[in-house]
Design a protein around this ligand. Structure first.
Ligand code: NAD
Length: 284
Protein backbone atom coordinates (compact mmCIF):
# COMPACT_ATOMS: atom_id res chain seq x y z
CA UNK A 1 0.00 0.00 0.00
CA UNK A 2 1.34 3.49 -0.85
CA UNK A 3 2.44 5.58 2.10
CA UNK A 4 1.81 9.29 2.56
CA UNK A 5 3.23 11.26 5.48
CA UNK A 6 1.69 14.57 6.56
CA UNK A 7 3.63 16.82 8.94
CA UNK A 8 1.41 19.05 11.10
CA UNK A 9 -2.09 17.99 12.15
CA UNK A 10 -3.71 21.42 12.06
CA UNK A 11 -6.53 22.60 9.82
CA UNK A 12 -4.78 21.55 6.62
CA UNK A 13 -2.76 18.54 7.75
CA UNK A 14 -5.76 16.68 9.06
CA UNK A 15 -7.71 17.50 5.90
CA UNK A 16 -4.93 16.11 3.72
CA UNK A 17 -4.73 13.01 5.93
CA UNK A 18 -8.49 12.49 5.66
CA UNK A 19 -8.50 12.73 1.86
CA UNK A 20 -5.38 10.58 1.44
CA UNK A 21 -6.81 7.83 3.66
CA UNK A 22 -9.96 7.94 1.53
CA UNK A 23 -7.80 7.50 -1.58
CA UNK A 24 -6.23 4.34 -0.17
CA UNK A 25 -2.94 5.69 1.22
CA UNK A 26 -1.55 4.51 4.51
CA UNK A 27 -1.14 7.85 6.28
CA UNK A 28 1.23 8.83 9.03
CA UNK A 29 0.16 12.16 10.51
CA UNK A 30 3.03 13.78 12.43
CA UNK A 31 2.11 16.27 15.17
CA UNK A 32 4.54 17.54 17.82
CA UNK A 33 1.91 19.11 20.10
CA UNK A 34 0.12 16.35 22.07
CA UNK A 35 -3.02 18.49 22.60
CA UNK A 36 -3.21 19.23 18.88
CA UNK A 37 -2.73 15.53 18.14
CA UNK A 38 -5.64 14.62 20.41
CA UNK A 39 -7.81 17.33 18.86
CA UNK A 40 -6.89 16.16 15.35
CA UNK A 41 -7.80 12.57 16.15
CA UNK A 42 -11.17 13.68 17.53
CA UNK A 43 -11.84 15.92 14.51
CA UNK A 44 -10.97 13.11 12.08
CA UNK A 45 -13.37 10.84 13.95
CA UNK A 46 -16.10 13.48 13.61
CA UNK A 47 -15.44 13.79 9.88
CA UNK A 48 -15.84 10.05 9.30
CA UNK A 49 -18.93 9.90 11.53
CA UNK A 50 -20.44 12.78 9.57
CA UNK A 51 -19.66 11.08 6.25
CA UNK A 52 -21.52 7.97 7.46
CA UNK A 53 -24.46 10.02 8.80
CA UNK A 54 -24.78 11.80 5.47
CA UNK A 55 -24.65 8.54 3.54
CA UNK A 56 -21.36 9.39 1.79
CA UNK A 57 -19.57 6.37 3.24
CA UNK A 58 -20.72 3.01 4.56
CA UNK A 59 -19.74 2.39 8.19
CA UNK A 60 -17.22 -0.30 7.22
CA UNK A 61 -15.62 1.99 4.60
CA UNK A 62 -15.28 4.78 7.17
CA UNK A 63 -13.71 2.32 9.60
CA UNK A 64 -11.25 1.20 6.90
CA UNK A 65 -10.28 4.82 6.13
CA UNK A 66 -9.88 5.56 9.83
CA UNK A 67 -7.71 2.47 10.25
CA UNK A 68 -5.27 3.75 7.64
CA UNK A 69 -4.31 6.90 9.63
CA UNK A 70 -1.75 6.80 12.45
CA UNK A 71 -0.89 9.82 14.60
CA UNK A 72 2.88 10.02 15.14
CA UNK A 73 4.74 12.33 17.57
CA UNK A 74 7.83 13.01 15.45
CA UNK A 75 9.28 12.47 11.99
CA UNK A 76 11.96 10.35 13.66
CA UNK A 77 9.33 7.67 14.26
CA UNK A 78 8.41 7.38 10.55
CA UNK A 79 9.83 4.54 8.45
CA UNK A 80 12.04 5.64 5.51
CA UNK A 81 11.12 5.87 1.82
CA UNK A 82 7.46 6.82 1.93
CA UNK A 83 5.88 7.64 -1.43
CA UNK A 84 4.94 11.18 -0.42
CA UNK A 85 5.73 13.60 2.42
CA UNK A 86 3.67 16.82 2.62
CA UNK A 87 4.50 19.39 5.24
CA UNK A 88 1.61 21.46 6.65
CA UNK A 89 3.27 23.22 9.59
CA UNK A 90 2.73 26.96 10.23
CA UNK A 91 3.74 29.47 7.57
CA UNK A 92 7.22 30.31 8.95
CA UNK A 93 10.23 29.96 6.69
CA UNK A 94 12.73 28.61 9.22
CA UNK A 95 10.26 26.13 10.74
CA UNK A 96 9.32 24.81 7.31
CA UNK A 97 12.98 24.55 6.26
CA UNK A 98 13.81 22.53 9.38
CA UNK A 99 10.85 20.20 8.81
CA UNK A 100 11.71 19.75 5.12
CA UNK A 101 15.35 18.96 5.93
CA UNK A 102 14.22 16.31 8.41
CA UNK A 103 11.70 14.95 5.89
CA UNK A 104 14.37 14.67 3.17
CA UNK A 105 16.21 12.28 5.48
CA UNK A 106 13.34 9.83 4.94
CA UNK A 107 14.11 9.88 1.18
CA UNK A 108 10.49 10.22 0.00
CA UNK A 109 9.82 9.80 -3.70
CA UNK A 110 7.91 13.11 -3.63
CA UNK A 111 8.35 15.92 -1.09
CA UNK A 112 5.74 18.67 -0.99
CA UNK A 113 5.04 21.84 0.94
CA UNK A 114 1.53 23.10 1.55
CA UNK A 115 2.83 26.65 1.89
CA UNK A 116 0.34 29.32 0.84
CA UNK A 117 2.86 32.01 0.03
CA UNK A 118 6.54 31.20 0.62
CA UNK A 119 8.60 30.66 -2.52
CA UNK A 120 9.55 27.06 -3.23
CA UNK A 121 13.08 28.22 -4.15
CA UNK A 122 13.52 29.74 -0.68
CA UNK A 123 12.20 26.61 1.01
CA UNK A 124 14.53 24.47 -1.12
CA UNK A 125 17.68 26.37 -0.09
CA UNK A 126 20.15 23.85 1.33
CA UNK A 127 17.74 20.96 0.77
CA UNK A 128 19.08 17.60 -0.41
CA UNK A 129 17.42 16.32 -3.57
CA UNK A 130 15.60 19.61 -4.40
CA UNK A 131 14.58 18.02 -7.71
CA UNK A 132 12.05 15.92 -5.74
CA UNK A 133 10.53 18.97 -4.04
CA UNK A 134 7.41 20.79 -5.21
CA UNK A 135 4.66 23.02 -3.80
CA UNK A 136 1.45 21.09 -3.09
CA UNK A 137 -1.00 23.83 -2.15
CA UNK A 138 -4.27 22.32 -0.97
CA UNK A 139 -7.35 24.38 -0.07
CA UNK A 140 -9.52 24.49 2.99
CA UNK A 141 -11.53 22.35 3.66
CA UNK A 142 -9.37 19.85 1.80
CA UNK A 143 -12.17 17.28 1.39
CA UNK A 144 -14.45 19.83 -0.29
CA UNK A 145 -12.08 21.92 -2.41
CA UNK A 146 -11.21 20.58 -5.84
CA UNK A 147 -8.07 22.63 -6.51
CA UNK A 148 -4.47 21.52 -5.97
CA UNK A 149 -2.00 24.26 -6.91
CA UNK A 150 1.25 22.56 -7.96
CA UNK A 151 4.10 25.05 -7.60
CA UNK A 152 7.20 24.33 -9.64
CA UNK A 153 10.47 25.56 -8.14
CA UNK A 154 13.64 26.26 -10.15
CA UNK A 155 15.10 22.84 -9.24
CA UNK A 156 11.88 20.81 -9.44
CA UNK A 157 12.34 17.99 -11.98
CA UNK A 158 9.72 17.46 -14.69
CA UNK A 159 9.10 13.95 -13.30
CA UNK A 160 8.35 15.51 -9.91
CA UNK A 161 5.80 17.88 -11.41
CA UNK A 162 4.26 14.93 -13.24
CA UNK A 163 4.17 12.93 -9.99
CA UNK A 164 2.45 15.84 -8.23
CA UNK A 165 -0.18 16.06 -10.99
CA UNK A 166 -0.70 12.29 -10.73
CA UNK A 167 -1.07 12.60 -6.95
CA UNK A 168 -3.75 15.25 -7.50
CA UNK A 169 -5.65 12.80 -9.70
CA UNK A 170 -5.39 10.03 -7.14
CA UNK A 171 -6.68 12.35 -4.41
CA UNK A 172 -9.59 13.46 -6.62
CA UNK A 173 -8.18 16.98 -7.05
CA UNK A 174 -7.95 19.15 -10.14
CA UNK A 175 -4.42 20.62 -10.45
CA UNK A 176 -3.09 23.88 -11.83
CA UNK A 177 0.67 24.07 -12.40
CA UNK A 178 2.11 27.49 -11.58
CA UNK A 179 5.51 29.18 -11.51
CA UNK A 180 7.19 29.82 -8.21
CA UNK A 181 6.34 33.39 -7.18
CA UNK A 182 5.31 34.31 -3.60
CA UNK A 183 1.56 33.83 -3.23
CA UNK A 184 1.45 31.79 -6.49
CA UNK A 185 -1.79 32.22 -8.44
CA UNK A 186 -4.22 31.96 -5.53
CA UNK A 187 -3.03 33.56 -2.27
CA UNK A 188 -1.65 36.64 -4.03
CA UNK A 189 -5.13 37.54 -5.28
CA UNK A 190 -7.19 36.07 -2.45
CA UNK A 191 -5.20 37.74 0.32
CA UNK A 192 -5.29 41.12 -1.48
CA UNK A 193 -9.09 40.94 -1.37
CA UNK A 194 -9.18 39.75 2.25
CA UNK A 195 -6.84 42.51 3.49
CA UNK A 196 -8.84 45.21 1.69
CA UNK A 197 -12.07 43.87 3.20
CA UNK A 198 -10.49 44.11 6.68
CA UNK A 199 -9.43 47.71 5.99
CA UNK A 200 -13.05 48.41 4.94
CA UNK A 201 -14.33 47.06 8.28
CA UNK A 202 -11.82 49.32 10.07
CA UNK A 203 -12.95 52.29 7.94
CA UNK A 204 -16.58 51.60 8.86
CA UNK A 205 -17.69 51.12 5.23
CA UNK A 206 -20.18 48.43 6.29
CA UNK A 207 -20.34 45.62 8.79
CA UNK A 208 -18.60 42.31 7.90
CA UNK A 209 -21.82 40.53 6.92
CA UNK A 210 -22.74 43.30 4.44
CA UNK A 211 -19.24 43.49 2.94
CA UNK A 212 -19.38 39.72 2.42
CA UNK A 213 -22.93 39.88 1.05
CA UNK A 214 -21.85 42.54 -1.45
CA UNK A 215 -19.20 40.22 -2.89
CA UNK A 216 -21.44 37.14 -2.84
CA UNK A 217 -24.42 38.82 -4.54
CA UNK A 218 -22.57 41.47 -6.54
CA UNK A 219 -19.63 39.42 -7.78
CA UNK A 220 -20.92 35.88 -7.42
CA UNK A 221 -18.19 34.86 -4.97
CA UNK A 222 -19.31 31.65 -3.23
CA UNK A 223 -18.24 33.09 0.13
CA UNK A 224 -17.30 36.63 1.18
CA UNK A 225 -13.68 37.65 1.91
CA UNK A 226 -14.21 38.10 5.67
CA UNK A 227 -16.00 34.79 6.19
CA UNK A 228 -13.22 33.16 4.16
CA UNK A 229 -10.62 34.84 6.38
CA UNK A 230 -12.42 33.35 9.41
CA UNK A 231 -12.36 29.92 7.77
CA UNK A 232 -8.68 30.13 6.85
CA UNK A 233 -7.64 31.45 10.28
CA UNK A 234 -6.69 35.07 10.96
CA UNK A 235 -3.25 34.02 12.24
CA UNK A 236 -2.61 32.08 9.03
CA UNK A 237 -3.68 35.06 6.90
CA UNK A 238 -1.47 37.38 8.97
CA UNK A 239 1.57 35.16 8.36
CA UNK A 240 0.82 35.09 4.63
CA UNK A 241 0.34 38.87 4.51
CA UNK A 242 3.75 39.36 6.12
CA UNK A 243 5.38 37.02 3.59
CA UNK A 244 3.72 38.87 0.69
CA UNK A 245 4.64 42.25 2.20
CA UNK A 246 8.30 41.17 2.25
CA UNK A 247 8.03 40.10 -1.40
CA UNK A 248 5.84 42.83 -2.96
CA UNK A 249 5.89 45.76 -0.52
CA UNK A 250 3.37 47.57 1.59
CA UNK A 251 0.35 46.86 -0.55
CA UNK A 252 0.27 43.63 1.51
CA UNK A 253 0.97 45.34 4.88
CA UNK A 254 -1.29 43.64 7.45
CA UNK A 255 -4.07 46.00 8.60
CA UNK A 256 -3.77 46.94 12.32
CA UNK A 257 -7.25 45.46 12.90
CA UNK A 258 -5.99 42.04 11.74
CA UNK A 259 -2.93 42.27 14.00
CA UNK A 260 -5.13 43.28 16.95
CA UNK A 261 -7.60 40.44 16.43
CA UNK A 262 -4.80 37.86 16.23
CA UNK A 263 -3.16 39.28 19.38
CA UNK A 264 -6.58 38.98 21.13
CA UNK A 265 -6.91 35.32 20.06
CA UNK A 266 -9.81 36.05 17.69
CA UNK A 267 -8.55 33.65 15.03
CA UNK A 268 -11.84 32.86 13.25
CA UNK A 269 -13.62 29.54 13.06
CA UNK A 270 -10.98 27.57 14.96
CA UNK A 271 -11.17 29.87 18.02
CA UNK A 272 -14.95 30.42 17.85
CA UNK A 273 -14.64 34.16 17.16
CA UNK A 274 -13.34 36.19 14.23
CA UNK A 275 -15.38 38.52 12.05
CA UNK A 276 -18.23 36.12 12.92
CA UNK A 277 -19.04 33.84 15.84
CA UNK A 278 -18.61 30.10 15.24
CA UNK A 279 -19.94 27.11 17.11
CA UNK A 280 -19.07 23.48 16.31
CA UNK A 281 -17.39 24.67 13.11
CA UNK A 282 -20.58 26.42 11.91
CA UNK A 283 -21.15 30.16 11.57
CA UNK A 284 -23.72 31.54 14.03
P1 NAD B 1 -2.37 25.16 11.86
O1 NAD B 1 -1.73 26.15 12.77
O2 NAD B 1 -3.82 24.86 11.98
O3 NAD B 1 -1.59 23.75 11.96
C1 NAD B 1 -0.19 23.61 11.97
C2 NAD B 1 0.15 22.40 12.85
O4 NAD B 1 1.53 22.09 12.70
C3 NAD B 1 -0.09 22.64 14.34
O5 NAD B 1 -0.93 21.62 14.83
C4 NAD B 1 1.31 22.58 14.95
O6 NAD B 1 1.33 22.05 16.27
C5 NAD B 1 1.99 21.64 13.97
N1 NAD B 1 3.45 21.71 14.00
C6 NAD B 1 4.27 22.77 14.23
N2 NAD B 1 5.55 22.40 14.15
C7 NAD B 1 5.57 21.08 13.85
C8 NAD B 1 6.61 20.13 13.64
N3 NAD B 1 7.89 20.48 13.69
N4 NAD B 1 6.26 18.85 13.37
C9 NAD B 1 4.95 18.48 13.31
N5 NAD B 1 3.92 19.34 13.52
C10 NAD B 1 4.23 20.63 13.78
O7 NAD B 1 -2.01 25.65 10.38
P2 NAD B 1 -2.81 25.34 9.01
O8 NAD B 1 -3.90 26.31 8.84
O9 NAD B 1 -3.08 23.89 8.92
O10 NAD B 1 -1.67 25.75 7.95
C11 NAD B 1 -0.58 24.91 7.68
C12 NAD B 1 0.06 25.33 6.38
O11 NAD B 1 -0.91 25.24 5.33
C13 NAD B 1 0.58 26.76 6.37
O12 NAD B 1 1.73 26.80 5.57
C14 NAD B 1 -0.55 27.52 5.72
O13 NAD B 1 -0.10 28.72 5.11
C15 NAD B 1 -1.01 26.50 4.69
N6 NAD B 1 -2.39 26.64 4.22
C16 NAD B 1 -3.39 26.96 5.10
C17 NAD B 1 -4.69 27.06 4.63
C18 NAD B 1 -5.84 27.38 5.56
O14 NAD B 1 -6.93 27.66 5.07
N7 NAD B 1 -5.67 27.32 6.88
C19 NAD B 1 -4.97 26.83 3.27
C20 NAD B 1 -3.93 26.46 2.42
C21 NAD B 1 -2.64 26.36 2.91
Amino acid sequence: MSRLVVVGAGTMGLGIAYVAAGAGYRVELVEVDPDRATAAEARLGELWDRAVRRGKLAADEAAAHRGRVTLVASLGAVAPEPDVVVEAVPERLELKRAVLRAATGLRPALLGSNTSSISIAELATGLDRPERFVGLHFFNPVWAMALLEVVVGPDTADETTAAAVALAGRLGKDPVVVRDMPGFATSRLGVALGLEAIRMVADGVADPADIDKAMVLGYRHPVGPLELTDMVGLDVRLDIARTLQAAYGDRYAPPPLLERMVADGRLGRKSGQGFYRWEGGEKR
